[in-house]
Write a protein that binds this ligand. Sequence first.
Ligand code: FPP
Length: 294
Amino acid sequence: MILSEAGTALAIPFDNILLTDFSLNTEEPTSQQQSPEDKLKQDFLRNRGEIPCHIAVIMDGNGRWAKSRGSVRIAGHKAGVDSVKDIVEACGQLGVRHLTLYAFSTENWGRPKGEISALMKLLVQSLRSETRKLHENEIKLTSIGEIDRLPPTCRRELEEAISLTADNKRMELCLALSYSGRWDIRQAVSRISQKVKEGTLCPDEITNETITDHLATAHIPDPDLIVRTSGEFRLSNFLLWQSAYSELYVTKTYWPDFRRNELYQAVESYQNRERRFGKVSSHFELEESPFAIR
Ligand code: FPP
């Protein structure tokens, strides 16, 4: 992931970018109807152990995926949307309650204008084409980050989708947009300081919960599992406070090739971990998967 200085990119024209110019075939098509084999895999995982309540994903490797096919970075982002669709669908079916996707970081504003425009356009197109399906499947869309920095069309589509799906209960899909963990902690500290200044909060009363409650994720439990694609062992400024006890799963697979079978591997790996939260071990044993979830 390219990390550079944060920039400003409010007035970005993107209507002149034709995303159809950047189509490449991905490894597997996104599923239209759930296959009996896929249903069996999901049933197995549910019976095998705990399904993480909150999965957060650092979607990385779109650029390298495109480069490895001799194409431009935008082709990688476009192909990455198919992975987003497959993972959202699979998480909803599996019983994951919260899925957070790191779709655009604060640092991503430092990318070339053309790439930022293409990413914003992809977001708008995806919201336009997928919101109805999210709603039909009882998925609630939310976002975290400096949404005010997004181009107006993007913000409008996002706000409409958030409002339409607000009462859905099956799963929450949270898009981290113009988000960074340090921004989140900074804005929480700023709001807490304001309360101290106004005399409504005493400094001695500030606890971990106070900070948690002022983060953009106040309404979401901390991630149980953080998945990062493309093989980098970094958090890249994602959910810094919230990841204190998250289990990490890193795969070399580039995001456009990351589909539900690898998600199942990540969940299986999560189920194999013993989460002690700093305490002592308790004995636990799990069944081996009969599926070659590879
Ligand atoms: C990281 O790959 C990926 C991103 C910064 C953007 C992710 C966006 C999408 C998958 C598409 C739009 C999303 C939604 C939710 C509709 P990279 O560009 O850093 O790849 P590299 O590390 O190989 O250069």
